[in-house]
Design a protein around this ligand. Structure first.
Ligand code: GCW
Length: 725
């Protein structure tokens, strides 16, 4: 009797466990897209219960094996055993050089591996010693790691284990994150808490989180990370800090990630170890060479330097009447013996003197003007890092005209993953369509199709690359919000393959982050895909840009006209007055259009052929200019603001429908952010309309709701403690 009761009780408990939907477990987002939730019984068919790694064991193979064990434990409830002879359904990891004699497909595998390069992988079913196995094959250990993660991704997406067949290799060799992390653990433009690098406790105390960071990045194929802010400090190159960087490098190495440092141009001078920072001074060059040698003694695979020079107050070679190539080459020669590289940023604009002198200039032309004459003058291991657009990570910019315009210099694309200008971590804005738009931009250089993605592929045997300004911090969910994780994920996937479609990536992320159930994936992906355009509409429609609050960049401030530099003021960018609005970049104005290839320039030179989304970027037009929609420019502008707000409301409502499918914590956090986004969208719309109505003197179009408050009210709002400054 007693025993029977016990059995019934056990059966009841077991039944309860089966009934609990997976979303009932508390989730705080820490696991990112590597959640490895239990698979359905049907999906478990052919899931390996054993792992065989062939060839000499290495830390990287160890990392791959550990991930497979952790993942399969989660997916099936049982971690696979590590074995030394294949049995049915083993997962086998083998480099091309280690393919075993008993493998049926060996020659076909070798053939395919030849095309997959250093980091590519192949995943397929094969027979080893007569039994069916899953084979992950690659030319290097890094390929095995990436292949393992790719296979796990497919399992999480719901693909049956015996139907997974993959072959992939990255299109770019350099896939880097840029952390704008300061030594005091604040993060410039960071909205996810403190820096994950605990500089104070390093190198003696190693946060396990560094390993999880490495896992997440390796799952995407990111293979480099710049640890510190481009607004760098001399202390970064002191011995204590190098030791800290070395400790991080040790954790990241098994995951295929090399570390880089941002360096401050004047470091040797500030350390009082040289008398100048002139790049052509032999003492200065010798100092950097010694410093590089010192770094490589502790970090043998150190990646190299990232440099922001002569930009926004940072010192640089121009302080000594030298140019960017003089500066970059001097540093490049210091790291060249160690195979290091220098990533030299092209984010520069005119000097403050020039700006103060009231000289009419266009900030958008500066990068091109300063760098194009230097094409061919950079050493082989210098890459010039160019932001996606010519101004500054705005919600929408046309692609930077430098792409394709330096045929002799490898370029790195710099995207901003952290949402400095798109609502911080509060607003939901999936940046996939934005990055894709830039990568697909057809430069028409040479009169034929040449996309921006093509232009970063490296040239003449020199590598190209891609960099993303990270949105990672010590916040429990890493990125400040769950949906900001999607931007990290998307960046990594696009860094691996610039041809991947942003919608496909959104589907992958959603399925892994929430559930592969179509009732979740379809609506969530739709919400994501419209989100960036919504932000553009309520913040900077029709090609407007840089109208955010000063310094923190939060909220609308199109009225600001009193900043030190002319080209920091919103009024400089939108130029609105009684007669019209917009920045004339045609031949009648700054002629920035001329920096594009002739075909592109012609299209942008005429308002009729300029896409409405970029209209006011290139043109200054009267308020009654007739838009393709039939509305006047003023009516269209107001309509776009309203549309943005309506979209924010729609996104909020759409998410509410996800309640039954998403765990409470992540559901509520997202719901609160979407509610706040809606409020802030309204504020953007109201403040902008109030201001542009004031300068234009125009009445509101019929049927349009009045701003909730007076212009003075919006102007009086202050944010002394906004994050990320
Ligand atoms: O977008 C601007 C930011 C600065 C940043 C700068 C840059 C790191 O407002 O915070 O500084 O760009 O990219 O150098």
């Amino acid at each position: 009797m007693h025993r029977l009761f016990g059995r019934l009780w056990a059966a009841f408990l077991f039944g309860m466990l089966l009934c609990i939907p997976t979303h009932a477990s508390a989730e705080d987002g820490y696991q990112l897209w590597l959640r490895y939730q239990p698979l359905s019984a049907a999906q478990r068919a052919h899931i390996p219960d054993s792992i065989l790694t062939l060839g000499a064991d290495t830390p990287m193979k160890g990392a791959a094996r550990a991930e497979l064990q952790r993942a399969l434990d989660g997916l099936t409830g049982k971690a696979p055993a590590s074995i030394d002879k294949a049995r049915l359904d083993t997962i086998v990891l083998a480099r091309g050089a280690d393919l075993p004699a008993g493998l049926d497909a060996a020659s076909a595998v070798r053939e395919q591996l030849r095309k997959l390069g250093d980091e590519g992988y192949l995943v397929r079913r094969a027979k080893l010693d007569g039994v069916a196995v899953t084979l992950v094959a690659a030319n290097t250990d890094a390929g095995l790691l990436y292949g393992s993660f790719a296979w796990l991704r497919q399992l999480q997406l719901g693909t049956r284990a015996d139907q997974i067949a993959l072959a992939s290799s990255p299109t770019l060799p350099l896939r880097v994150l840029n952390h704008w992390d300061n030594l005091d653990r604040t993060v410039e433009r960071g909205y996810a808490g403190e820096s994950i690098w605990n500089w104070w406790e390093l190198p003696h105390i190693i946060d396990p989180r560094y390993t999880d960071y490495a896992r997440a990045n390796a799952s995407l194929g990111i293979n480099g990370t710049v640890l510190n802010n481009v607004n760098s400090k001399a202390e970064v190159l002191g011995a204590p800090f190098i030791a800290k960087a070395a400790a991080i490098a040790d954790v990241l190495r098994p995951y295929g990630i090399r570390v880089f440092l941002s360096v401050r141009w004047s470091t040797p001078l500030e350390m009082k170890q040289t008398k100048t920072a002139d790049p052509l001074d032999p003492e200065v060059a010798a100092w950097w060479k010694n410093k590089a040698d010192e770094i490589y003694r502790t970090i043998p695979d150190f990646g190299g330097f990232l440099v922001k020079a002569n930009s926004e107050g940072q010192p640089g070679p121009q302080d000594y009447r030298r140019n960017h190539a003089d500066g970059a080459n001097m540093l490049a020669r210091a790291v060249a013996p160690h195979k290091g590289i220098v990533m030299w940023r092209a984010f520069v604009y005119a000097s403050p003197e020039e700006s103060k002198a009231g000289k009419e200039h266009d900030r958008a032309v500066e990068g091109y003007d300063q760098f194009i004459p230097l094409d061919g003058k950079f050493d082989d291991n210098v890459l010039v890092q160019v932001k996606n657009g010519a101004i500054d990570f705005q919600p929408r910019e046309p692609a930077h005209p430098m792409f394709g315009a330096m045929p002799k210099t490898p370029l790195i694309m710099e995207f901003q993953i952290t949402k400095e200008y798109l609502g911080f971590a509060t607003h939901l804005a999936y940046l996939g369509p934005m990055f894709q738009e830039t990568l697909e931009f057809d430069t028409r250089i040479g009169g034929r199709k040449l996309t921006v993605a093509d232009t970063i592929q490296g040239k003449q045997g020199r590598v190209g690359g891609i960099a993303g300004v990270a949105n990672i911090g010590s916040s429990r969910n890493w990125s400040g919000s769950i949906f900001d994780q999607a931007n990290w994920y998307m960046y990594g996937r696009m860094a691996w393959d610039q041809g991947l479609d942003s919608r496909v990536i959104a589907r992958e992320w959603t399925a892994q982050t929430f559930s592969p159930d179509a009732r979740v994936v379809d609506p969530v992906v739709n919400l994501m895909m419209r989100s960036r355009e919504a932000v553009v509409d309520y913040m900077t429609p029709l090609g407007l840009n840089h109208v955010m609050g000063s310094s923190h960049h939060h909220g609308p401030a199109p009225w600001v006209d009193n900043l030190e530099r002319a080209d920091w003021n919103p009024i400089y960018y939108h130029r609105a007055g009684r007669d019209g609005i917009g920045f004339d970049r045609t031949a009648k104005g700054s002629n920035a259009v001329a920096q594009y290839a002739p075909e592109v320039a012609r299209r942008f030179a005429d308002p009729k052929t300029t896409p409405p989304e970029l209209l006011l970027w290139f043109h200054r037009l009267p308020w009654d200019y007739k838009m393709p929609s039939g509305r006047t420019l003023w009516e269209e502008l107001v309509a776009r603001y309203d549309h943005g707000v309506a979209e924010a409301a729609a996104m909020q409502a759409e998410w509410q429908r996800m309640k039954p499918f998403v765990d409470a914590q992540r559901f509520t956090d997202t719901a609160q952010r979407l509610a706040q986004q809606h409020v802030e969208a309204q504020w953007w719309r109201d403040a902008s309309i109030a201001y542009f109505q004031d300068v234009s003197g125009l009445p509101l179009p019929a049927g349009v709701r009045k701003p909730a408050h007076s212009l003075d009210h919006y102007k009086s709002i202050r944010f002394p403690y906004a994050p990320g400054i």
